[in-house]
Ligand binder design. Sequence first.
Ligand SMILES: [Zn+2]
Length: 124
Amino acid sequence: MEPPKFINIEWIEQIAGEDIWEEFLNIELGNWSGLDLRKLSEQSGCKDQYDTHYSWTSGYVHGTWGPVREASFTTCGNPLHRMHRYPDQKSLPDTVSDAVDLANRILDDLNAAYPEFLHRIPVQ
Ligand SMILES: [Zn+2]
């Protein structure tokens, strides 16, 4: 089969045997139980926290459209512009109280494993 003209066979042969840069090597970061986060939350009795926090934060971490739109765009108010959006930097809602709640739940678990660990982060 004749390859397409845009493919440079010499160049492909040159890079085919190259070492992969260390920065591009895959690293297995999976957990040792082989369970995904949803299953871990179910088995640990934390499914309600998973449902409350995971989808929203995952959307931001992975840059899905909803969070990108919320964080980076504003809808134009000009009726002739058909509701287009333009880039605009906005402040996002504060997440500190949610983080404090989750951290204090972890400290509750720590207290269950090591009783009388009573330190908690004050709720603001
Ligand atoms: Zn406009």
